[in-house]
Design a protein around this ligand. Structure first.
Ligand code: HEC
Length: 169
């Protein structure tokens, strides 16, 4: 009976341990569930990030004031060089964001090989980091002129596009 004294103490601690275990078994899942609920509620389904769309929105935001007003007015159509200098040069002169550089025949050869229509479509609709119309607001004809100007300065030999009929504008 030497451990008669330790027995009640042992029983007590075993009882305590049981109480703790039951408490933890209830509390821990409760905390985990609460955290999960908070997490789900806080992070509603994030919309997928669309880089091209972001670039286009950025180009739209930084476009020069007045281009839209200009477009509405009856005005003389800009030449390919004018469009290039006002809207395309920003990227194509130095090859910003992976743009094929003006005059870089090696970079342009495969693109020119794909055909003028393809280049025009890419520019009108945007491609990669280039927004629709290169971020500008021109008539399709002006974009065609700019594409021809840019491509021909870079090894292409496309004919100057014909002016659209008045009805087409
Ligand atoms: C924001 C920068 C930027 C501006 C401004 C820009 N471009 Fe681009 N352009 C690019 C990039 C980047 C590419 C390469 C896209 C790719 O192949 O992924 C490209 C590609 C092109 C191509 C080749 C398309 C193809 O199918 O291979 C043409 C043509 C072109 N640009 C014409 C223009 C013209 C014309 C303008 C002005 C109206 C213009 N770009 C303005 C960035 C720009």
């Amino acid at each position: 009976m030497s451990d008669a004294k330790s027995s009640p103490a042992g029983a007590l601690s075993a009882f305590n341990l049981k109480r703790w275990l039951i408490l933890l078994a209830v509390v821990i899942p409760l905390i985990v569930t609460t955290l999960l609920v908070v997490l789900v509620l806080q992070k509603p389904f994030a919309p997928p990030v669309n880089v091209a769309e972001q670039e286009r929105a950025l180009a739209e935001r930084i476009q020069r004031v007045g281009t839209v007003a200009l477009r509405e007015a009856t005005r003389e159509l800009q030449t390919g060089q004018q469009v290039y200098m006002s809207a395309c040069m920003a990227c194509h002169a130095a090859g910003v964001v992976g743009a094929p550089k003006f005059g870089d025949t090696a970079a342009w050869a495969p693109r020119i090989g794909a055909g003028l229509e393809r280049l025009i479509t890419s520019t009108l609709q945007g491609k990669g980091a280039m927004g629709a119309q290169g971020g500008g607001a021109f008539s399709d004809f002006e974009i065609k002129r700019a594409v021809v100007y840019l491509a021909n300065a870079s090894g292409g030999n496309f004919p100057e596009p014909l002016a659209p009929q008045a009805a087409a504008q």
